[in-house]
Design a protein around this ligand. Structure first.
Ligand code: SAH
Length: 447
C-alpha cells in the first residue's frame, strides 16, 4: 500500500514540476514513505533518515520529508525531537504537499497529519514507479475500522472509506490500454469495500435508502472489474476472514481472470488469543471459510499472516496455531513476532509478557512448519502444465524468465522466444519450496 501511495505522491509532485532521479546525490527532495506496523519497521526508517541527513552536509538545499504511518504516529515530534526532517505528511494529506514544500522552503513548520473522512485520491492518476509494465496496484479502500488490538493501522490511516468504482474502473482501463496484464486491488481490508456515494464506511446506515440500495460491495466491484478487462488478471489484498463473504468466493469461481489466490491472515489458531486480538471470528469459523473456498475453488492457493507471542499466549495457544496451519496447509505465509505498538488496545490493556526468546522460538516453529507446507504445495505442481504471466528475468539466471501462476506461485523457465507480459503454458518439472521450474510448451489460451 505504501508503494501505491508513493505512486500517488509522485503524481502530485510531477504536476508541481518535480522529476524523479535515480541518483540520491542529485536529489533536492527526499521523501521517506514510512511504516509503523512493527518496531523494526520504524527502526529501519530512522537509520535511513540518518543516512539522508548525512547528504545535507553536501547539499544545504536538500529537504527531507517523512510520509505515511510513522509521520501520522509521531506528528510534530519528528521536527522537535529528531531534527532530521523538514516535512511531515500523514497518509491523507498528500495533496497538501506542494503547499508544505513551500512552507519548508521558507523555513516554516511543514506538518500536515490531518486524517480525512473522504480522501481516496480517486482523482489522481498514479505515476507508475519501478514498473515492469506488467503488474500494477490499484487502491480501492483507505483506512481500517477493524480495531484488532495489536494493530496501529486504524490510528495511522484513519477510518475506512471506499473509492468510487467509476474511478477504479477508469484507472484499470488506462492500465490495460497501456499494456498491463495484472492488477492487484489494494486495501487494508478489501472485503469491507462499500461504495454508497462517498463518506466513511461507518456512516453507511446514515445514507439515504436509495444510496444503500445501489451501494457497490466488494463482490460487485470484483465482478465489474473482471468483466471490464477479461484479458487482465485480477488479484486483491488483503482479505479479512471476518469480512470475506461467500459472494466474493462465488465471484472468484465465476471469472477465469480473477486469480485463484487468497491472502487470508489469521494471526493465531487459538480462540482465546483471537478473542484478545479482537479478531471477530473463531478458529471454527475460519475453518468453515477455508472449506468454502476449497469447495468452490478447488485449486485456490491460500496464504496467511501469523503473529507469534501475543500477550498471554500459552504453549497450548501456540500449539493451536500449529494445528490450524496443519489443517489449512498454506501455500505461503508472512510470519512475525509480536511487537507492541504504542496507542493500541493491546499496549494499553495488556502486558507484553512473552519473553523475546519464547517469541523467537515459537516464530521459528511456525516458519519451519510453513516451509514444509510450502514444499507440499509446490510439489503438487510437478508434471502439471500451468499458465504463467512473464514478469521479468529470473534472478538466478538471465537465460530464464520469472513469472507467477494464478495461485501466485513463482515459476521460472528458459526464455526461448517468449516475451515479458505474455501468458505462457509451462510444464513443471522440478520444484523448491518457493519456486516451480519448468519448460514452456506454448502461448496460453487462458490466463
Ligand atoms: N490490514 C492489513 C494489515 C497489514 S499489516 C492486512 O490485513 O494485511 C500485515 C501484518 O502485520 C498483519 O496481518 C499482522 O500479521 C502483522 N502485524 C500487525 N501488527 C503487528 C504487531 N503489532 N506485531 C507483530 N505483527 C503485526
Amino acid at each position: 500500500m505504501n508503494f501505491s501511495d508513493s505512486e500517488i505522491v509522485a503524481s502530485i509532485l510531477n504536476q508541481e514540476g518535480y522529476e524523479l532521479t535515480e541518483k540520491l546525490e542529485n536529489a533536492n527532495l527526499v521523501l521517506v514513505n514510512t511504516c509503523s506496523i512493527r518496531e523494526k519497521a520504524e527502526q529501519t526508517v530512522r537509520k535511513r533518515l540518518e543516512l539522508f541527513n548525512g547528504l545535507k552536509r553536501k547539499n544545504k538545499d536538500l529537504k527531507i520529508g517523512v510520509l505515511g504511518c510513522m509521520a501520522e504516529r509521531l506528528k510534530h515530534k519528528f521536527l522537535e525531537e529528531e531534527k532530521m526532517v523538514d516535512i511531515v505528511v500523514g497518509p491523507d494529506a498528500y495533496k497538501d504537499l506542494p503547499n508544505l514544500l513551500r512552507e519548508a522552503e521558507a523555513e516554516r513548520e511543514a506538518v500536515n497529519v490531518i486524517l480525512s473522512k473522504e480522501e481516496t485520491y480517486g482523482d489522481i492518476a498514479p505515476v507508475r514507479l519501478a514498473t515492469n509494465g506488467v503488474s500494477a496496484f490499484v487502491t480501492i479502500t483507505r483506512g481500517c475500522d477493524n480495531m484488532c488490538t495489536f494493530c496501529v493501522v486504524p490510528f495511522t490511516r484513519g477510518r475506512e472509506r471506499s473509492r468510487d468504482p467509476k474511478s477504479i474502473l477508469e484507472e484499470i482501463t488506462q492500465l490495460a490500454q497501456n499494456g498491463y496484464k495484472e492488477i492487484t486491488l489494494l486495501g487494508q481490508n478489501v472485503d469491507s469495500y462499500l461504495w454508497y456515494g462517498g463518506g466513511l464506511k461507518k456512516d453507511f446506515l446514515k445514507a439515504s435508502t436509495l444510496q444503500q440500495k445501489t451501494a457497490v460491495n466488494f463482490s460487485n466491484l470484483l465482478e465489474l472489474v473482471a468483466k471490464a478487462q477479461p484479458g487482465v488478471r485480477i488479484r486483491f489484498s488483503t482479505s479479512n476472514p471476518q469480512d470475506m463473504s461467500i459472494d466474493v468466493i462465488h465471484t472468484m469461481a465465476k471469472y477465469d481472470n480473477i486469480c485463484n489466490y487468497i491472502h487470508l491472515p489469521v494471526q493465531s489458531g487459538s480462540n482465546d488469543i483471537l478473542k484478545k486480538m479482537n479478531r471477530q471470528h473463531s478458529r471454527e469459523e475460519y475453518f468453515e471459510l477455508i472449506n468454502n473456498i476449497r469447495k468452490n475453488i478447488p485449486d485456490c492457493a491460500i496464504s496467511h499472516d501469523m503473529i507469534a507471542g501475543f500477550p498471554s499466549e500459552s504453549e497450548k495457544d501456540h500449539q493451536d496455531t500449529l494445528s490450524l496451519m496443519e489443517y489449512v496447509k498454506y501455500d505461503f505465509g508472512f510470519m512475525f513476532a509480536y511487537s507492541e505498538r504504542p496507542g493500541t488496545m493491546a499496549a494499553k490493556k495488556t502486558v507484553d509478557d512473552i519473553p523475546e526468546s519464547t517469541k523467537k522460538r515459537r516464530l521459528q516453529e511456525i516458519i519451519d512448519l510453513q516451509r514444509v507446507h510450502s514444499e507440499y504445495r509446490t510439489q503438487q505442481f510437478i508434471g502439471k502444465t500451468v499458465c504463467v504471466l512473464i514478469e521479468k528475468s529470473s534472478k538466478r539466471s538471465s537465460e530464464f524468465w520469472s513469472g507467477r501462476t494464478s495461485q501466485n506461485t513463482v515459476a521460472v523457465f528458459p526464455k526461448e522466444k517468449y516475451k515479458v507480459g505474455e501468458f505462457v503454458d509451462v510444464k513443471i518439472e522440478e520444484v523448491t519450496s518457493a519456486t516451480l521450474i519448468g519448460i514452456a510448451v506454448g502461448l496460453s489460451s487462458s490466463i
